[in-house]
Design a protein around this ligand. Structure first.
Ligand code: NAD
Length: 460
């Protein structure tokens, strides 16, 4: 007999720790197995939190650069070691908080690499953990381009977060969330930036009009942003990186201080003994799960980036972890509706969306109405000094809002209201009847709904 637990969670990232915290709250005996020295996983240690700390420093730099627009004489320059110290302090604070919470809830942290047994059970070194449920939350890591190796100048976000300097110039490959965020922050810190995206548009998962707007604003910020770029060669020459790519039928070369590869993430499943335990993977290597996040092995579930569910986002992992813990405690939790999960990218300008893009909504065969509200119609956006838009896609004839797409200041915070609107299937008239405070950026969404309800106040 090994140590008896109700649930053993593999991985202390967002998916794993949310499962563990909720399960312990529901009275379960829980262990988390983690091989990293610190709890927190990608989000806290190598993802959301450190990136957003760097982006906050970048935003301060942008504000200093533009200070005279608000009548302030200011000048400044990034102090990279102090920026890294701020980043470290944010990570440390949150890791400490999480570690304390895990202890407080009586969760046992088992240090080491987990190997899953059918039954189920988990082995960590010599120790056997017996349990009635195993939850795999082993996460993901940055993907490299095929045939390309990491070098001091060819890096992924893992290295970029604690790089030893601000690059004078950078080529960023991939214009998903990671690529957009790093291209933006490198530019804010003064680097010459080239952003290369293989697909025909930047931010390919967003609405077409958002892609166009981010391309326009990035170019205005001095970023060379190229969509439809096929990267042919990346070479570290020792004192620079050379990238050859094809676009518009011609071959181009760019030389830079570093190359950040931001072409997606891949699941971490090696060493877990999944095949022997009867846990099947998808063609792309993710853990196959049903709509209740159960794998093909009895008593083994999967949450977060490693699970073959639609979005690799921390808030998806939280949702999956909480749902899994509750189901294991006998609570009836319906399948997660991934369509209503907001997506947020913290570049300048910020991007946020929820629900269907206009193209996806048209593909459903429904008749639509759309409104694209220019944020310059909103007083507060002018004061903050940033434009952008709020685009709403709704069913024609007073039907529900199907999607909201925003680009501009603080839209990553504003999207939460749109999430309620799409999740509750509210119509533009429902929302137009509610009062948005003035002067706030939230009026952008309010005004777009007023326009769709036929009573625009500040827009044509
Ligand atoms: P991604 O899959 O979102 O984007 C990668 C991009 O790289 C895609 O647009 C793809 O077309 C492009 N690409 C792939 N191969 C290429 C090539 N050879 N040349 C040029 N472009 C190429 O992946 P990511 O941006 O690395 O992010 C990884 C995951 O982490 C995603 O799921 C993302 O949503 C998540 N993430 C989220 C946030 C956030 O929510 N703010 C921030 C960072 C990462």
């Amino acid at each position: 007999m090994g140590d008896p637990f109700d649930i053993v969670v593999v991985g202390a990232g967002t998916g794993g720790y949310s499962t563990a915290l909720r399960a312990a709250q529901l009275g379960k005996r829980v262990a988390i197995v983690e091989r990293d020295e610190r709890l927190g996983g990608t989000c806290l240690l190598r993802g959301c939190i450190p990136t957003k700390a760097l982006l906050q420093s970048a935003a301060v730099m942008d504000t200093v650069e533009r200070a005279s627009e608000w009548g302030i004489k200011a000048a400044g320059e990034p102090d990279w070691s102090a920026i890294l110290a701020f980043e470290d302090s944010m990570v440390d604070k949150l890791v400490k908080g999480l570690t304390g919470l895990v202890k407080l809830r009586g969760i046992e942290v088992v240090s080491g690499s987990a190997r899953i047994r059918s039954g189920p059970g988990v082995d960590v070194g010599d120790r056997a953990l017996d349990t009635s449920a195993v939850v795999i939350g082993s996460g993901s890591r940055p993907k490299m381009l095929p045939g390309l190796e990491l070098t001091p100048r060819i890096i992924t976000s893992d290295q970029a977060l604690w790089y030893d300097r601000i690059p004078a110039s950078a080529v960023v490959i991939g214009a998903g969330a990671v690529g957009l965020e790093f291209a933006s922050l490198y530019r804010s810190f003064g680097a010459e930036v080239t952003l290369l995206e293989a697909l025909p548009r930047l931010a390919p998962l967003e609405d077409d009009e958002v892609s166009k707007e981010i391309g326009r604003t990035f170019r205005r910020r001095g970023i060379t942003a190229v969509a439809g770029a096929a990267v042919k060669e990346v070479t570290d020459t020792g004192d620079a990186v050379q990238v050859i790519y094809e676009a518009d039928g011609a071959s181009h070369g760019v030389t830079a201080d570093l190359c950040l590869v931001a072409v997606g993430r891949e699941p971490v499943t090696d060493g877990l003994g999944l095949q022997e335990a009867g846990v099947a993977l998808t063609d792309r290597g993710y853990v196959r799960v049903d709509e209740l996040l159960r794998t093909t092995a009895p008593g083994v579930l999967a949450v977060g980036d490693v699970a073959a569910t639609p979005l690799q986002l921390a808030h998806v992992a939280f949702t999956e972890g909480i749902a899994t813990a509750e189901r294991l405690a006998g609570i009836d939790v319906p399948p997660i509706e991934y369509a209503n999960i907001p997506r947020v990218t913290y570049c300048t300008p910020e991007i946020a969306s929820v629900g269907l893009t206009e193209t996806q909504a048209r593909e459903t065969g429904r008749s639509l109405v759309t409104e694209k509200l220019d944020l310059r119609a909103i007083g507060k956006a002018n004061i903050v000094g940033e434009g952008g838009f709020v685009k709403v896609v709704a069913e024609e004839g007073g039907g529900p809002v199907l999607g909201v797409h925003m680009i501009g200041p603080h839209v990553t915070d504003l999207i939460a209201e749109a999430m309620l609107i799409t999740s509750w299937e509210a119509t533009p008239a429902d929302v137009a009847a509610l009062i948005h405070p003035h002067p706030t950026l939230s009026e952008g969404l309010g005004e777009a709904m007023l326009a769709l309800a036929g009573k625009a106040l500040h827009s044509a």
